[in-house]
Ligand binder design. Structure first.
Ligand SMILES: [Fe+2]
Ligand SMILES: [Fe+2]
Length: 319
């Protein structure tokens, strides 16, 4: 049987077998009362919905959400949306399926740059920070949370939602922050700290094992609250950490959504906090812009409507 192409290249004519990560699995009932299995499958290029209509009682026990699966299926357009209709599915047996070309890394979306390279760049930025308290605090946070901070996604779906996405987002903010600090006379070390710490709560807000979802603490507390607790704990562990600096750092975390309506309990009150919330928003929006422009398959000058940005977008002219 032929092999299915990567998810971003699937169309109605695709059929064959393939290896994916099962990101979601739900048993549903259709209008006639028959049960079906509705899934979301994922590979490193993206996600696609999939459905199983036949042999539901047998196949539902063959795999769980969060597992790698081998499927046979074909492309189908349903309400304008491409989906896969599956004939069979089973969990991957790594020993046997590797011979057939199964590789975990092909099923997990990841940042375009290598994680190790990004991590070294971040360490070098921290090592150059002039304020020794900030340097010490950042080093301890990176030591304690490094394992997750290296690979965590920045969000479930909106922006940088893949392996290494949070680190990629942090590095963009570190670079933008350092440029804007000198332009506006803000403190570059505080901005570097803001870049690294503002979303640190996402390490506990989101759970991630190749598939991203909200954790219990994530739903109940959110990443701003979790983040400020992480910063306070790290500052408390450093003997003599200046209380005013601790408050300025915590302010960066709690104000980074910019407005109360957007989830920040206080709004920016320092130059660094204004800059951080602006570049955080900009980085997330431009990520969505680039992705939408790249993946839009229409012929026109403008993309389709982007619901979150609330507008259509002009595609680059190619010049
Ligand atoms: Fe955030
Ligand atoms: Fe952010």
């Amino acid at each position: 049987m032929s092999r299915l192409p990567p998810i971003t290249e699937l169309d109605e004519s695709s059929s064959g077998s393939g290896f994916f990560l099962c990101a979601r699995k739900e048993i549903r009932t259709d209008r006639s009362g028959a049960e079906l299995i509705a899934l979301v499958l994922q590979d490193k290029t993206g996600q696609v919905p999939a459905k199983i209509f036949e042999r539901v009682d047998t196949l539902r026990h063959e795999f769980e959400a969060g597992e790698f699966v081998k499927i046979d299926g074909r492309g189908n357009r349903h309400h304008q949306r491409l989906e896969l209709v599956l004939d069979s599915i089973r969990r991957v047996n790594p020993g046997q399926d590797r011979v057939d070309g199964f590789r975990e890394e092909d099923c997990i979306p990841c940042a375009p740059r290598a994680v190790d390279e990004m991590w070294r760049e971040l360490e070098a930025r921290v090592a150059r920070a002039g304020n020794r308290w900030i340097r010490q605090l950042l080093e301890s946070v990176m030591r304690e949370h490094g394992e997750r901070l290296r690979i965590w996604p920045a969000a479930v779906t909106v922006h940088h939602a893949y392996r290494g996405g949070l680190l990629e987002h942090v590095l963009s903010l570190a670079e933008a922050g350092s440029a804007l600090a000198s332009l506006y006379g803000a403190d570059p070390d505080l901005l570097l700290a803001g870049a690294i710490l503002h979303d640190i709560g996402k390490l506990e807000e989101l759970s991630y094992d190749g598939v991203t979802s909200y954790s219990r603490d994530g739903n109940l507390l959110g990443h701003i609250t979790i983040g400020v607790m992480i910063v306070r704990k790290a500052a408390a562990a450093i003997d003599g950490f200046p209380p005013e600096l601790r408050a300025r750092l915590e302010h960066l975390v709690v104000s980074h959504h910019g407005e109360r309506e957007l989830g920040s309990p206080v709004e920016p009150m320092t130059a660094e906090a204004f800059i951080l919330s602006a570049i955080d928003d900009l980085d997330a929006r431009l990520y969505q812009f680039r992705r939408h422009v790249q993946t839009d398959s229409g012929e026109g000058e403008f993309t389709s409507y982007h619901p979150r940005l609330g507008r259509v977008l002009l595609k680059p002219s190619g010049r």
